[in-house]
Design a protein around this ligand. Structure first.
Ligand SMILES: [Zn+2]
Length: 86
């Protein structure tokens, strides 16, 4: 699909929101149960928001919307967001 990036494209945004490096954090898709580092998700930059989709089933995992300098995060598509792997 055109315009698709991967999680590395929003590494800086995620770092700002979570205060940590998140591309290596593992998210579990609530739709298909696929577990993968956020760096390997499919990312679409669509102003004013960012949509993060599951690479396995294309379900929406995370939506980031920046309004007047504040970034709102919807993690509703993730059943689990694990911290950095050791
Ligand atoms: Zn999925």
């Amino acid at each position: 699909m055109s315009g698709a990036l991967d999680g590395n494209a929003i590494a800086g945004t995620l770092r700002d929101v979570f205060g940590a490096e998140m591309t290596t954090a593992h998210g579990t898709c609530a739709g298909c149960g696929s577990r993968a580092p956020l760096a390997e998700t499919v990312v679409y930059l669509r102003a004013p928001g960012v949509v993060v989709r599951c690479r396995s089933c294309t379900a929406v995992l995370v939506v980031l919307v920046t309004i007047r300098g504040t970034t709102c995060v919807d993690l509703g598509g993730l059943s689990e967001l694990a911290g950095r792997e050791p």
